[in-house]
Design a protein around this ligand. Structure first.
Ligand code: UDH
Ligand code: MN
Length: 348
């Protein structure tokens, strides 16, 4: 081989070497900035985009590789919540987005989790929640999507109805089998607090910092709860009739017991939870006729909570009606804007 030929071979080998180095470096780069990599995989966020997104983001999707089931990492522990979240690009570019879906790349998660958040005018809390919860959920190897259900207009707020809507809207995108209904201002303080469903409906916000990490009362079932699809269908979802603050969570508790299930809670250390302090929102005043601690919201004079067991089969998922306005695929979450109407006793 002459001098010129060996130079050509050398040149070819160098090009191949440099090219493969470049691929390796790029791969490492995208692995590191997991969130930014969202924008690499999907170019067109679409309504039924979750299926598309999930198949695209699995590295092994087209390679016939059987992935093992996911296991929890051994180093789960206390979680350092950040409340001062910078206004970074993540949020500036949120419209170039993929709905806040994520799943582990190298293993199969058994639960497909929809996290549903009732929402109106709480942008600052949402920003903090997302900033802390994406890394938290990814650390727990979760296959999940974030659904923020926003109530349109200024009429009284209806948290429970929004959560029912979130259940229905999430199922239009992906075959979720676990639903976590979470307030926008509640964040777990320990990674061992598993954002997962269990054999019974699970209460995950029972050890709040604002209540000194103690369960306030035995039937408390607010803040964050987890239901499998079957469990949620069994109770016919939440009541749609609680407008304003309070009562809907106690009603859900009664449904669970009536359906023959129990509430599960993990221990108080693991379940330590931060509730971001805030004032009462306009449009979310106490339900009418609250008597002291226990809310007695009424409908045509009938105390709702007293008849919770009887009402549950006619008031809930099977009686839910609302007007879908639009869905917005933000990068870190899917927002669904809905018109949920008004309480029966308001003439407007
Ligand atoms: N929510 C909104 N917008 C509203 C009202 C409620 O997004 O206008 C959602 C949000 O996800 C919130 C959840 O509904 O976390 C529950 O409402 P909340 O946070 O008002 O309920 P909480 O039990 O209310 O935290 C306590 C009232 C605050 C009184 C302050 C006295 N110190
Ligand atoms: Mn709150």
């Amino acid at each position: 081989m002459g001098y010129q030929n060996s130079f050509k071979v050398f040149l070819c080998l160098s090009v191949i070497f440099l090219f493969s180095m470049k691929i390796m470096v790029l791969e490492k780069y995208f692995e590191k900035i997991n969130f930014t990599a969202f924008s690499i995989h999907t170019t067109k966020p679409i309504r039924k985009g979750a299926h598309y997104w999930f198949s695209q983001t699995n590295k092994h999707a087209n390679k016939n590789i059987t992935l093992p089931n996911c296991t929890l990492p051994p180093d789960l522990g206390p979680y350092n919540i950040q409340l001062n979240v910078p206004l970074d690009n993540e949020f500036k570019n949120e419209r170039m987005s993929f709905g806040g879906h994520n799943k582990p790349e190298n293993c199969i998660a058994l639960q497909k989790i929809a996290i549903v958040i009732p929402f109106r005018n709480r942008e600052s809390h949402l920003k903090i929640w997302l900033h802390n919860m994406h890394p938290f959920l990814q650390k727990q190897q979760a296959d999940y999507g974030i659904y923020v259900i926003e109530q349109h207009g200024n009429l009284p707020f209806n948290r429970a109805k929004l959560l029912n809507i979130g259940y229905k809207e999430a199922l239009k995108e992906y075959d979720y089998n676990c639903f976590i209904f979470s307030d926008v201002d509640i964040i777990p303080m320990d990674q061992r607090n598993l954002y997962r469903c269990s054999t019974n409906p699970k209460h995950m916000a029972h050890a709040l910092d604002k209540f000194n990490f103690r369960l306030l009362y035995a039937t408390l079932f607010g803040g964050v709860v987890a239901f499998t699809k079957e469990q949620f269908l069994k109770v016919n979802g939440f009541s749609n009739l609680f407008w304003g603050w309070g009562g809907e969570d106690d009603d859900l508790y009664k449904r669970v017991i009536t359906a023959g299930m129990q509430i599960e809670r993990m221990n108080n250390i693991i379940s330590k939870t931060k509730a971001i302090p805030h004032k009462r929102d306009p449009g979310n005043e106490d339900n009418p006729k609250s008597t002291g601690f226990q809310h007695v919201a009424t409908r045509n004079g009938e105390p709702l909570l007293e008849k919770a067991a009887r009402r549950m089969y006619t008031d809930g998922l099977n009686s839910l009606n609302y007007t879908f306005i639009r869905v917005m695929k933000h990068r870190l979450y899917t927002k669904v804007l809905v018109d949920i109407g008004k309480p029966e006793n308001i003439e407007q």
